[in-house]
Design a protein around this ligand. Structure first.
Ligand code: NAD
Ligand code: ZN
Length: 357
């Protein structure tokens, strides 16, 4: 019942803190080399010149669109680097939630034999991974702080989840998120907002998770609804902290109905996590009336239009398949609806929620 969670070992925060990476890594190098995994978006940016890489280091640019990270991608990256260069001193991920998950997963797979598909689940990883440092460049998922690295495999979309997944070091530099396009800024930021709404509204909410959620929600409201709402340096400072705190809140509580539906959308229709959450959340007024109302205000304030009537183009089989994925996340329903959730929510009820979309 009582969760015992590992937090990030070290965190540096602030504008320009990216440039502390050189001194941080110097202590960890130990005569070896580092692997830098960087979102392709930054390939031709000035940021590359600021990465403290030496000639021996490996730099890989990764395209994270349109697919979420796969087990095959992780295995291939690991095998390739081990075969050509051997075991690195550490892995550095620079990018969004996708790159955070890739860096965390590769770090573990450098020391755990076989395919990453063997380790999808809770505490299946056998040995600690190598040193890993994360630098988020878009805020909201909380992947920078979570103990899971979500991977899509041939059979399941499931995280490598254990204490060793958590980053050894995170660098939170709000300057890096300034270039995020407005729509992605909105969808990914809303992941944090939804984490808080779901964490707060359920059986597992407690003073610890509540403290993080309350603060993260306050920051989200300033960023998305305040008089100075929008992508300003001050708001970027806040959103980066909100993302971290939203992630911590759900770590000590749980997500709920929106994330259950979102998993269905991602698994069956390949929708990306944050966008899928937004598609689902707008129709969850029965479960989260205040949260959905506030979310609608945020949509209007930023002129974000979510598609309506999508389900008209979904077959009955598609809707049932998505509902089954959602139904098979009992921990989320138990938190959101109660121990007796199966008496209150049927597969047909979940199908009806998808039909609202
Ligand atoms: P992402 O990493 O998928 O990137 C989204 C887009 O933003 C990409 O096009 C990327 O190139 C672009 N981008 C990133 N930083 C940018 C910048 N500074 N300027 C301009 N463009 C930039 O984004 P995300 O929404 O943070 O992450 C989604 C992923 O996170 C999914 O794969 C999901 O499964 C995963 N996730 C993981 C956890 C976890 O706890 N591990 C939680 C939620 C979601
Ligand atoms: Zn989420």
């Amino acid at each position: 019942m009582h969760k015992n969670f590992k937090n990030i070992e070290k965190v540096v925060y602030g504008r320009g803190s990216f440039d502390t990476m050189g001194s941080i890594l110097a202590e960890k190098r130990g005569g070896g080399f580092f692997v830098f995994l960087v979102d392709n978006y930054f390939k031709d940016s000035e940021l590359i010149g600021r990465i403290p890489a030496s000639n021996e280091d490996v730099m890989r640019f990764i395209d994270v669109d349109p697919n979420e990270p796969t087990t095959e991608q992780i295995d291939h990256l690991r095998d390739d680097i081990l075969a050509s260069r051997g075991l690195p001193s550490g892995v550095v991920g620079i990018g969004g939630g996708s790159i955070m998950d890739i860096a965390k997963a590769v770090s573990l797979m450098f020391t755990n034999e076989g395919s990453s598909t063997l380790y999808q689940g809770l505490n299946l990883v056998k040995k600690p991974g190598i040193y890993h440092l994360g630098v988020p460049t878009i805020s909201g998922t909380g992947a920078e702080v979570s103990m899971t690295a979500v991977l899509t495999g041939p059979e399941k979309k499931l995280g490598l989840k254990c204490d060793w997944t958590v980053f050894n070091q995170v660098i939170l530099d709000p300057e890096l998120i300034a270039s995020v396009p407005r729509d992605k800024w909105f969808y990914t930021g809303m992941d944090t907002y939804i984490h808080c709404v779901e964490s707060e509204n359920g059986a597992l909410n407690n003073a610890f998770s509540h403290a993080y959620a309350e603060q993260a929600m306050k920051l989200c409201r300033e960023v998305y609804l305040g008089d100075d709402a929008g992508q300003t340096p001050e708001n970027d400072d806040k959103l980066m902290v909100a993302s971290l705190m939203g992630g911590l809140s759900l770590t000590y509580s749980e997500v709920g109905v929106c994330h259950a539906l979102s998993y269905g959308l991602s698994k069956i229709l390949d929708e990306k996590h944050c966008y899928a959450n937004c598609l689902a959340f707008q129709h969850l007024e029965d479960y989260y009336p205040e949260g959905v109302r506030e979310f609608q205000t945020m949509l209007e304030k930023h002129s974000i239009e979510l598609p309506q009537g999508l389900s008209k183009n979904w077959s009955k089989e598609t809707i049932t398949a998505m509902a089954k994925v959602a139904y098979n996340l009992p921990h989320m329903w138990r938190h959101a609806v109660g121990e007796d959730w199966q008496e209150k929510v049927t597969l047909e009820d979940i199908e009806a929620l998808f039909r609202r979309m």
